[in-house]
Structures are given as structure tokens and as C-alpha cells.
Design a protein around this ligand. Structure first.
Ligand SMILES: [Zn+2]
Ligand SMILES: [Zn+2]
Length: 269
């Protein structure tokens, strides 16, 4: 029986975000070892101000980022390597994201919500006190509201780790399904894909993003799918992809979506 090819790993980071290790050519070499035929780099975008926080690429490094991805393409020619950014969705930063798109020949943009206010990045371990002092239902609702805005913004091809709010296991007492649906309707209406992001398995929640309920709902609504390890080190490239493919199939998915310079193509899973 022939083994189906693994889908592309479209979510990977580099040292330019100051919290990842492994240069693009090292991650690319690891991808070949893992049996992947396509990957994409999606570094944390330069923010509107370099002092916004300490975990995004700075503006002046964007050129180096693009050059480093190009070097990976030269070094590992058998691998398809896409150039992308994981871009924070923050209301009022839309024009800045549009400006970023013009600065290189990008294949796709992942839109992620980490910040639900200008100062509360919900997945930051240093901000856990804002969870413990806050109203968990309200944080989840605000997260999905912003995720729906990101999907509706027209800025993104893919929405990253769609239920990141579960990361630390601060779980809501309310049924989250209406929040999922609200977000997914926006994704459907704007033809934005979601990703299965395996990094959740490496966090407190011990589960891929998104959870099976959200994934099944997305499949039933016809929303396209990509895959990402969210690698912050070479050994995380393609991490748990066999399990991710199994999860996608269980949810009813038969295809993943390839992104090439804004063009999309359904590929059999
Ligand atoms: Zn990161
Ligand atoms: Zn992220």
C-alpha cells in the first residue's frame, strides 16, 4: 500500500522572533528528513511599532527574513518552500498589514489572534494573572469575536490556531459552540482556511488546535484546511502530522489547501 504524502507544514518560525531556534535552511533540511515535500515560513510579523512587545520580528529584519528563506530555497532545492508571515490581527492595524503585503513576494498570510486588547496576549505565560483575575467566558468570547473580525478583514488566507484560548486550560463554563459558529461563518464568507496546528499537543491543553468539535463544524461549513506544526525549533517541523491527518479525516476532510502567491489549490489528503 502506498503511503500518501503528508500535507505542507505552513506554520514555522525562525530566530528573528527572538524565541525560536534553527535557521530556515536547518528547518528545511529537517522537513526533508520528515518526508515533507512542501513547507512555508510564517514568522511573527513586524508590528506597527518595534517596541510593541519582545516576541515579534523587528521591521529592519524583514529583508533578512526574506533573504534567509531564499537561502533555504537554494540550499534545499527539492523542497517547495513558501514565504509567509503569521500576522497578528489587531483592529486599527489593517493598513499596516496591507503595507507588509507589498514588501515581499509572499505566498500567504496567516492571521492570528494573540492579543484581545492592545496589552493582553492571551497565550503569553507572563500574562496568566489576567486570566486568573478575569472572566474566562468573557475572554473566550472576546477572542472569538476578534477571530471573526480577522477572518472578515480580507487580509488573510489562513486563520492560525483557531482555539488558542484553550492553551492554559482556562476553560469556559458556557457552551463555546456559538462562538465557534460566529467565527466560522466569517471564515466561510471570506474563503479563509483554518489550520490544524499541532503545537497545542506541546502545551498545557495537550490537544491540537482546533478541538474536534470546531474542526467538524468547519468541515461541514466547507471551510478549507491547512496544517502547521508552529515549529519554533528544527525538531518540531512536521511534528505529529500523521495524527493531524488522521484527525482531519475523522472530521470528514478529504483535501488540504495549497497556497502559492495568493493562488489556492485543493490537494488530496
Ligand atoms: Zn512564536
Ligand atoms: Zn501564533
Amino acid at each position: 500500500m502506498c503511503r500518501m504524502a503528508l500535507p505542507a507544514d505552513y506554520h514555522m518560525h525562525t530566530p528573528l522572533c527572538h524565541h525560536a531556534k534553527g535557521e530556515p535552511w536547518e528547518l528545511a533540511a529537517q522537513a526533508v528528513q520528515k518526508g515533507l515535500s512542501e513547507i512555508g515560513f510564517s514568522e511573527h510579523n513586524p508590528m506597527i511599532r518595534d517596541d510593541w512587545d519582545d516576541w515579534h520580528m523587528v521591521r529592519d529584519d524583514l529583508e533578512l527574513y526574506v533573504a534567509n528563506v531564499e537561502k533555504a530555497r537554494q540550499d534545499v532545492p527539492d523542497l517547495q518552500i513558501k514565504l509567509a508571515l503569521e500576522t497578528d490581527y489587531i483592529p486599527r492595524h489593517e493598513a499596516w498589514v496591507r503595507e507588509l503585503k507589498e514588501q515581499a513576494d509572499f505566498d500567504y498570510f496567516i492571521g492570528s489572534v494573540h492579543y484581545i486588547t492592545d496589552t493582553f496576549d492571551i497565550d503569553n505565560p507572563n500574562k496568566k494573572d489576567l486570566w486568573t483575575r478575569g472572566d474566562i467566558n468573557a475572554i473566550w468570547e472576546a477572542y472569538f469575536e476578534r477571530l471573526a473580525q480577522a477572518a472578515s478583514s480580507g487580509l488573510y488566507d489562513i486563520i492560525g490556531h483557531a482555539d488558542l484560548c484553550k492553551k492554559f486550560n482556562y476553560l469556559p463554563s458556557k457552551d463555546p459552540q456559538p462562538w465557534y459558529r460566529h467565527f466560522l461563518e466569517a471564515a466561510r464568507d471570506h474563503d479563509v482556511a483554518i489550520e490544524i496546528n499541532t503545537a497545542g499537543l506541546r502545551k498545557d491543553c495537550q490537544e491540537m488546535y482546533p478541538c474536534p468539535d470546531l474542526l467538524v463544524m468547519a468541515q461541514q461549513m466547507g471551510i478549507a484546511l491547512t496544517f502547521g506544526s508552529d515549529a519554533h525549533a528544527p525538531n518540531e517541523v512536521g511534528s505529529d502530522f500523521e495524527g493531524a491527518v488522521a484527525l482531519a479525516r475523522q472530521a470528514g476532510y478529504t483535501h488540504w489547501r495549497r497556497h502559492t502567491k495568493g493562488e489556492q489549490e485543493a490537494v488530496i489528503l
